[in-house]
Each structure stands twice: as structure tokens, then as C-alpha cells.
Design a protein around this ligand. Structure first.
Ligand code: FDA
Length: 500
């Protein structure tokens, strides 16, 4: 409530925020979490909390009147649909050279993501977080994160016969035929539940085109893991539909945090200001970066370092699809949860880790879709725009060319071996590469650059960053396990040293 004082405020309920809240509560602290999006617990008129990808409605997107699908064309024609404007679960945030998809709601990105829970290879860790000692990460914090997130592995015998993974088996076969390594990828989606979906003994979710607009069943998103455990301590209160706008030192100590309570049309219904002794920024790479560059530029937190806003990368994300021969059908029933990756990271000429993605059209398309994570050296910078009062990102679409070059090393070879071609009708008219959007924003407040080596904003004691903005642009694999493990490491240190 307006005027409240509190010991700890966490901004955002994604991975970083959820870890901070749970561990602080277990250490005896009372924690308030504020979240811009909704609490996704109430079913709509169709009896479901979330809509699926084939029939999107207002629940799908954050305040848009038309969907903005990653695959926005089909057979070359625009594929978006009109929807009612609502505080939906997936935000497609447009910057000049890239649109960045993010989850909105209690659970952040865990509500909309593919659940792929990948621990990077230890040999690559020094390139991901150079100032962090890999030993304890791999002995303690990655295992802790995997346990907290309820990561599980697919039953490979079942996989071989499941209709819903025909697309993935085709992906493996073609990778092998061209000499590429592949790996099964762990997930937070409950694979035992998926077996029941395939057997038609439980309501379908992953097998009913549900993922980027939320899963009604099966997925262990953060609201079912870390956040449920945090609430279970009795010490954590989650306040949805509140957008934090300013953070500044308060008279008499602590920080004054202003926020707007919003309705489902995005309109402010009440402005509130509270005082917190300690504040954790966990609004995600984009959200935290935007807040920090704004506070610095508008004089609320003028002593933040100049590096705030820099070091942003897209985890080398690029998407592409291939059209298979008639004997390589990919299946009309596809699980929306990817479970296989082609691992070409060891190729020093163009490292890439490409997940074999579902393309759930409900019909046979003979298409193979991939989301590649590549080694792209380009980094963007967020800056405050005093004219608009917003925040710009200087990333240019052309900066994704290194990612395309990495991905081509895999898919040109597969096309040549299979006698197949790229599809050019999915990401625009005659456009092969999905190079102008990202699922994996990282950086903007890089660890040991803009913060100390544990996420403290040192000019302002009691302010911390604990989300994907700490990671300098690339994790070599899908990022959320690394975000979670780093948060586990940092909060342990912060609790030990800063909370007495
Ligand atoms: P996250 O973005 O999770 O949470 C930040 C929260 O803060 C959000 O809930 C947001 O609404 C809130 N917020 C922002 N600004 C605020 C403000 N001013 N006031 C209050 N609240 C505010 N990763 C992976 O490892 N495997 C995968 O399979 C996938 N797949 C995938 C698919 C899709 C479609 C997307 C969009 C993303 C993925 N990801 C993924 C990426 C993954 O979801 C992402 O890296 C993490 O969610 C980032 O975690 P954070 O804790 O940094 O922020």
C-alpha cells in the first residue's frame, strides 16, 4: 500500500526474483515482490487460464490489438490475428532493430518459455561469466538450481515411439547424416505428464499447441516451484499488476520506490510510493536495464556507473526452417516442448547450439524449424531518450549476420546432404532468417562491470541486481538455468554478508 515501509522489495517475479525471495525468506526476511504482469490463476470463459497458439485471444499478448507471432507469415502471407488489448502473458517489445519477447506475469519468462533447462558445458563457462569461479557453480549452484526448478529428462525409449516427437527424430536423423552431434535437452515440463497426454489419459497442453502463451498443464513454471516454496514460508507477499517506475534514496535511509497499479487494459488505477531498506532489481535484462538507465539519467540514482545499460546481447538467437523431402514428414501432432539440440559449439569457425523446435500447425507441414544459439560478438547499449521518456536500444538487425553465418554452417550442410531447401515464407515474404527478434535477452547490467562480483550496485548500498541483466550477452545454451544458478550463488553471499 501507498506509504508502506518494508525491509526487502523485489522488482519482478522471474528466475532471479524468485530465487532471491525464497532464499531471503528462508533466512528469516519478510519480502514483498512486485510484478508488472498478472497472477495467472483464474480461468477465462473457456475454462482455461491460457489460450493456445492456434487460437490466440487477448490473453496471448501484452497490450496489443494484433498478435505478433515469431513466425508471422505462412506461405508468404501475413499470419497475425486481431485480438483484444489486455495485459496478456507474452510481451513482444519492439526496439529499432529487434523485437524482444518476454514473459509478463507472476513467474516471468517461465510462463511462456519452452522450459529447456540446459546447464552449459563447464569448459565454456569461463566465456559466459569470466569473473565467477566455475568450481562452486558446477558443484553447488547449478545442481541447486536444477533441483529447485524441478528439471527432468525425457525417457528415451518412449521418445523413440511417441508420435509427438516425430519432428525431433527427423531432426536427429538429419543431424547425424550430416555428421553433427546432438544432445537430449532436459526440461522443466513434466515428461511423465506428457506421456499421459500422448496416451490421451490427461488433458493436453504441450500436445495442444500450448507454450509461448502459457501452458495450462504439465509445465513446472516458477509459480509451481520457487515462488510456491517462497509463498509457503509465509514470509513472501507477491503483488501483481504493479509497474515500478522510480527508485531513489529515501530521506532517513533505504529507498523510495514508486509504482503504478494497473488494470487489465494497462491503465494506471493508483500511484503508490513505498520505502524499502533493500531493493532487488529482477525485472529481467530489458526491464532492469530500462529502470537503471532511467534512474541514472533522470538524477534519481546519478552515481550508478556509466557502464549501466551496456553489454546487451541476444544470446546469438536466430531462427530458420527447412522444407523436408516427402519421406521426412515431421508429424501433424507435435509436442511444443523441444527436447533435442544439435551441438556444433566446438566448431571454432562458427559455434552454434540449435534446438530442434516444434512447428505446431495442426497439419503436416514437412517443415523442420530450429532456434539457434550462436556466438555473436555484437553487443548493444540501452540509453534513456529524454524526448520520449523511454529507453532505446541501439541493436541493429544487421548485427545478427554473424549468427546467420554460424547457423548456416549446420543447415547449409544438412540441406545439401538431404537435397532440401530453406523455407522463405515464414519470417516475412522471401525471408529465410528469423534474425530480427530474440527470446533470450541478456546483459545491460553486467556482473563485475556495472555491479560488484555478486550483483551489488556498490554506489548505493542495499541495491542489488539479480536477473539476466548480469550476464554479458551469451550463455552458449538456453539461459534460465544459468540465471537461476548465478542468483543462487549471489544471494547466498549477500545473505551471509549484508543481512545480520
Ligand atoms: P524474467 O523476464 O523471467 O522476469 C522479469 C519479470 O519482471 C517479468 O515477470 C516482468 O513482467 C517483470 N517486470 C519487468 N519490468 C517490471 C517493472 N518495471 N515493474 C515490475 N515488474 C517488472 N530460456 C531457457 O533457458 N529455455 C527455454 O526453453 C526458453 N524459451 C523461451 C521461449 C520464449 C518464448 C521466451 C520469451 C523466452 C525463453 N527463454 C528460454 C528465456 C527465459 O525465459 C529468460 O531468459 C528468463 O525468463 C529471464 O529470467 P529473468 O529472471 O532475467 O527475468
Amino acid at each position: 500500500n501507498d506509504g508502506d515501509t518494508m525491509p526487502v522489495l523485489v522488482i519482478g517475479t522471474g528466475y532471479g526474483g524468485a530465487v532471491a525471495a525464497l532464499r531471503l525468506a528462508q533466512a528469516g526476511q519478510n519480502v514483498i515482490m512486485v510484478e508488472k504482469g498478472m497472477s495467472w490463476t483464474q480461468p477465462g470463459s473457456d475454462g482455461k487460464v491460457f489460450c493456445n497458439m492456434l487460437n490466440p485471444d487477448g490473453r496471448s499478448y501484452w497490450l496489443r490489438t494484433e498478435t505478433d507471432q515469431p513466425i508471422n507469415h505462412f506461405m508468404g502471407a501475413p499470419y497475425n490475428k486481431s485480438i483484444s488489448s489486455y495485459t496478456g502473458v507474452l510481451d513482444s517489445e519492439q526496439f529499432s532493430g529487434i523485437r524482444i519477447y518476454q514473459g509478463r506475469g507472476v513467474g516471468g519468462g517461465s510462463l511462456v518459455n519452452g522450459g529447456m533447462a540446459v546447464t552449459p558445458k563447464q569448459e565454456n563457462f569461463a566465456s559466459i561469466l569470466p569473473s565467477v569461479d566455475a568450481g562452486p557453480m558446477y558443484s553447488t549452484y547449478y545442481p541447486r538450481a536444477n533441483a529447485g526448478l524441478k528439471v527432468n529428462n525425457i525417457d528415451q525409449t518412449w521418445f523413440q515411439g511417441a508420435d509427438c516427437y516425430q519432428f525431433a527424430r527427423v531432426g536427429i536423423k538429419q543431424a547425424q547424416r550430416s555428421g553433427f552431434a546432438y544432445t537430449f535437452v532436459p526440461n522443466v515440463y513434466d515428461f511423465n505428464y506428457m506421456k499421459q497426454e500422448q496416451a490421451s489419459t490427461a488433458p493436453r497442453s504441450a500436445l495442444d499447441a500450448e507454450v509461448i502463451y502459457g501452458n495450462n498443464y504439465g509445465k513446472n513454471s516458477l509459480d509451481k516451484t520457487y515462488l510456491a516454496a517462497a509463498s509457503g514460508t509465509g514470509k513472501v507477499t507477491i503483488v501483481p499488476q504493479h509497474v515500478v517506475t522510480t527508485v531513489a534514496p529515501a530521506n532517513g535511509g533505504g529507498y523510495s520506490v514508486s509504482m503504478n497499479q494497473i488494470d487489465t487494459s494497462g491503465n494506471t488505477v493508483k500511484a503508490k510510493t513505498v520505502t524499502a531498506q533493500k531493493v532487488f532489481f529482477a525485472a529481467g535484462s530489458v526491464g532492469t536495464s530500462k529502470l537503471l538507465v532511467t534512474q541514472k539519467a533522470t538524477g534519481k540514482l546519478p552515481n550508478l556507473p556509466d557502464s549501466v545499460g551496456t553489454g546487451w546481447g541476444n544470446n546469438g538467437n536466430v531462427m530458420v526452417a527447412r522444407q523436408n523431402q516427402a519421406w521426412d514428414a515431421t508429424g501433424s501432432l507435435q509436442s511444443c516442448i523441444p527436447c533435442v539440440g544439435i551441438d556444433n559449439w566446438a566448431d571454432s569457425g562458427g559455434p552454434a547450439f540449435a534446438e530442434v523446435s516444434p512447428f505446431p500447425a495442426g497439419i503436416e507441414t514437412f517443415a523442420s524449424l530450429y532456434l539457434a544459439i550462436t556466438k555473436n560478438p555484437n553487443r548493444g547499449t540501452f540509453t534513456y531518450n529524454s524526448g520520449t521518456g523511454g529507453v532505446d536500444l541501439n541493436w541493429q538487425t544487421a548485427w545478427n549476420q554473424p549468427s546467420i553465418d554460424c547457423a548456416k554452417r549446420i543447415f547449409d550442410k544438412i540441406n545439401s546432404k538431404e537435397g532440401t531447401i530453406y523455407r522463405t515464407d515464414l519470417f516475412g515474404e522471401y525471408k529465410t532468417w528469423g534474425d530480427d527478434f530474440a527470446y533470450h535477452p541478456l546483459g545491460g547490467c553486467v556482473l563485475n562491470v556495472s555491479t560488484d562480483n555478486y550483483g551489488r550496485l556498490t554506489p548505493y548500498p542495499g541495491l542489488y541486481v539479480i536477473d539476466g541483466s548480469l550476464i554479458p550477452g551469451l550463455t552458449t545454451v538456453n539461459p534460465f538455468v544459468t540465471i537461476t544458478a548465478l542468483a543462487e550463488r549471489n544471494i547466498e553471499k549477500i545473505i551471509a554478508e549484508d543481512f545480520h
